[in-house]
Ligand binder design. Structure first.
Ligand SMILES: [Zn+2]
Length: 124
C-alpha cells in the first residue's frame, strides 16, 4: 500500500518526507525541510520537529494537539534556501481541521544550513 505524502508533493510518503523523518536522508533545500516539518505535524512526529529545529530557538518539549488534522500545505514564496545556500526563507500557509473548527496558519519562516543540514530557526 502506498500512502501519499502529507505535504502533497504527489509522491508516496515513503519516497518523500518519510526518509527524512526516519533520519535516512537529509533535506536538500529549505523548502524540502519545511515540507517535511509540515508532514511531521500531519503524522504527529514531534521528535522530528524538535530535531529539525535549530538549537538556538528549539523548545525543550513540544506538545502536539492531537485534535488538529493538518491536511494541506501551500508554499507561497521562497528566498534562497538552495543546496549551496546557508540561509533561506519560506512563506507558507498550512491548513488544519479539528472536530469543530478549521483554519490555517500562514508564516514566513527562516532556515539555516549548518553541517550539511537545514534547520528551522523562527518566523522571519
Ligand atoms: Zn513530502
Amino acid at each position: 500500500m502506498t500512502t501519499r505524502c502529507p505535504c502533497l508533493s504527489g509522491l508516496p510518503y515513503s519516497e518523500c518526507c518519510e526518509p527524512l523523518h526516519r533520519g535516512e536522508s537529509v533535506a536538500p533545500t529549505a523548502e524540502a525541510l519545511m515540507r517535511s516539518r509540515f508532514s511531521a505535524f500531519a503524522v504527529g512526529d514531534s521528535h522530528y520537529l524538535l530535531s529539525s529545529w535549530h538549537p538556538s530557538s528549539r523548545p525543550t518539549t513540544l506538545e502536539l494537539d492531537r485534535e488538529l488534522r493538518w491536511y494541506r500545505l501551500d508554499i507561497i514564496d521562497r528566498v534562497a534556501g538552495g543546496p549551496l545556500d546557508t540561509r533561506g526563507e519560506v512563506e507558507f500557509e498550512a491548513f488544519w481541521r479539528s472536530p469543530d473548527a478549521r483554519g490555517s496558519q500562514r508564516e514566513r519562516s527562516s532556515f539555516v544550513r549548518e553541517g550539511g543540514r537545514w534547520y528551522y530557526v523562527s518566523e522571519a
